[in-house]
Design a binder for this molecule. Sequence first.
Ligand SMILES: [Zn+2]
Ligand SMILES: [Zn+2]
Length: 200
Amino acid sequence: MEIQCECGKFRAELTQFPKNTPGRLKCYCDDCQAYLHYLKRDDLLDQNGGTEIIPAYPSDIKLIAGKEFIKCTRLSPKGMFRFSTTCCNTPILNTAPNRPWAGIHRRMYTVKDPHKLDNELGPVKSSVMGKYAKGTPPAGTPQTFDFKGMVTVMPFLLKGKLLGKSNPSPFFENGEAIVAPQILTKEERSKLTDLGHEKK
Ligand SMILES: [Zn+2]
Ligand SMILES: [Zn+2]
């Protein structure tokens, strides 16, 4: 399975798709929303501010082209490492060093075939962090994590740990991101939250 940015300069191969993925997940959290506001890609949020990701293991990702277009952002000094492209401003994924998790953004899968995910994986499996959603999220969306979210994600993480799927990651070398992350200040981060939310 090949994934790519919108312009096609960045491309990567998922060597174990769809075998090694827990499926389609949707996150309504304020960090995911703030990040897309930061990229000025609100167009990729759904009507409730949701971000869809389809995780893979870092060691199942092989870069094909466009390493020079990778940008890294962290919303705080302890935040996830969020990678995007500089060529066309497409979010790639969120991850962290030595973690069996690469939360690949939906857009990377759908540039060439908008129906790819529906056809290969079916509908979204689990949604989380509904308390940050804008308006009313779909019925059944939990406020934070629920049991369904846990049973979707935990086996994937455990299997990844056991099989050592955290490394090698194309996004880290010796535990450091391959491009220096831009870390947002508290002020920059809180401005993004204000943008994304009506005060409740
Ligand atoms: Zn691009
Ligand atoms: Zn999130």
